[in-house]
Design a protein around this ligand. Structure first.
Ligand code: PEP
Ligand code: CO
Length: 455
């Protein structure tokens, strides 16, 4: 049995030890019996993923730390139960695969996908209430916790939603796995992920697909066989570990190894609002074997980062931690260098990612939350340059995106303006890059990585 000292130095870690810590962003359930029944049921249900897959993701992340691979993490801000449909799921896998092909081709780095998918159902909120159509209601906290409908009844936290979330995650993951096993992600058939539309960027992507197809024919001809390794579609799952009773109920001990895994997803991350060093979320996450992402906003200090590294990665193991700064295009130059230097001084082998979404929020005159493509790109570009200048490696990116033709973020080659946003503004929480903006972003990432490859 694995025994971890708590930072306070006294008690050993258990999946429920977080209950003694201040726990931010939790709903207050009124029906305690229903809560207990849901948690009991979750503890009995089979896990959604298995430890071997989590270990595989750890190895992939370690390879990305070493610069051999690149991690593409992306998906909805808030997944919704109503979006658990075959079309929405295959669109999400398709856009991640399209982006991966573009990045691998131009950036010369093999890419693995981690979806914000099959469990991204809980949202931290800055305020307990929000105005909906002129009425003040308790904030929507994600389908795992309450309903988005504009009524007091829907906004009450309902513990039965945890079980519903489990089954929606299971159905989503089942479909993802079936698509991959069925050959959806097979590089021999990239035409399955062709694009609707005809912008210049789509033409560029089609040329890449043609080149990939030719290269694959060539490799198969030399090998005299069709390469099975080209079924590269593994898609790992991730979500924010926010609702701790739910996460605890999906935690399982591997008695052989003595590790605890959260088997509700391959990777979990802790959000900017819940990463307090002495808080419940860090206490829960530190005992898991899963790779852990840590969001870092512009207010984070070098001391906080050092503290988080010491608690979450005492063994200094590559594959364990992904740091995800989300600073904003106009703050990144001030803040990121000292974060990079603080981490370098500790010797922790973290994977550096960049979330260029959450520091670049805007509200339009019509009151819609949006983000500007150019700001997103600017944060990413500067991050890459700053890492390079300090001898560090940006080995991952983190996006809120969808494979569908929504109109939530401004700009991109479609040049979406504030007046266009109402056409298909569908997000359950934050604005996402649409299919065309996502692909365009991938082509630009490929270009940035490629500049380094030829140097
Ligand atoms: C998110 O990733 O949706 C999110 C809420 O991020 P952050 O914690 O960085 O604000
Ligand atoms: Co978000």
């Amino acid at each position: 049995m694995q025994t971890l000292e708590s930072p306070a130095g006294s008690t050993a870690w258990t999946p429920g030890a977080w209950r003694d810590r201040p726990t931010a962003q939790q709903p207050r359930y009124q029906d305690e019996e229903a809560l207990a029944a849901s948690l009991r049921q979750l503890r009995r249900l089979p896990p959604l993923v298995v430890p071997e897959e989590v270990e595989d993701l750890r190895r992939n992340i370690a390879d990305a730390v070493a610069g051999r691979r690149f991690m593409l993490q992306g998906g909805d801000c808030a997944e919704q139960f109503a979006d658990c449909t075959p079309g929405a799921i295959s669109d999400k896998l398709r856009i991640l695969l399209q982006m991966s092909v573009a990045i691998t081709h131009g950036g010369r780095r093999s890419v693995f996908q981690v979806g914000r998918i099959a469990g991204q159902y809980a949202k931290p909120r800055s305020k307990d209430t929000e105005m909906v159509d002129g009425v003040e209601l308790p904030s929507y906290r994600g389908d795992l916790i309450n309903g988005a409908e504009a009524s007091l009844q829907a906004r009450l936290p309902d513990p039965r939603r945890m079980v519903e979330a489990y089954f929606h995650a299971a159905a989503t993951l089942n479909h993802l796995r079936a698509l991959v096993v069925g050959g959806f992600a097979d590089l021999h058939h990239p035409e399955r992920w062709d694009f609707h539309g005809s912008t210049r960027k789509v033409e560029a992507y089609r040329r890449i697909l043609d080149q990939v197809r030719e290269s694959i024919d060539f490799i198969d001809a030399i090998a005299g066989t069709r390469g099975a390794y080209l079924r590269t579609g593994e898609c790992f799952t991730s979500h924010e570990a926010l609702l701790l009773p739910f996460e605890e109920a999906l935690t399982r001990e591997d008695t052989e190894q003595g590790f605890h895994y959260n088997l509700g997803a391959h990777m979990l991350w802790v959000g900017e609002r819940t990463r307090a060093l002495d808080g419940a979320h860090i206490e829960y996450l530190r005992g898991l074997r899963n790779p852990i992402g840590v969001k870092l906003g512009p207010g984070v200090s070098g001391d906080e980062v050092r503290g988080l590294l010491a608690v979450l990665d005492p063994g200094k193991e590559a594959g364990r931690l992904v740091l995800i700064p989300r600073l904003g295009a106009d703050r990144v130059r001030d803040v990121l260098p000292r974060l990079i230097q603080a981490v370098q001084a500790t010797g922790h082998p973290v994977l550096w990612s960049c979330d260029p979404m959450h520091g670049n929020g805007l509200v339009t005159a019509q009151g819609l939350k949006t983000r500007n493509f150019d700001q997103i790109l600017a944060e990413l570009r500067q991050s890459m340059q700053l890492h390079r200048a300090l001898g560090s490696n940006l080995g991952a990116v983190h996006f809120e995106l969808t494979g569908q033709d929504v109109t939530e973020c401004l700009g991109g080659s479609q040049q979406l303006s504030e007046l266009d946003l109402h056409q298909a503004y569908e997000t359950g929480c934050d604005p996402r890059l649409n299919q065309s903006q996502s692909l365009e972003m991938a082509l630009l990432i490929a270009e940035m990585l490629g500049e380094r490859a030829v140097r």
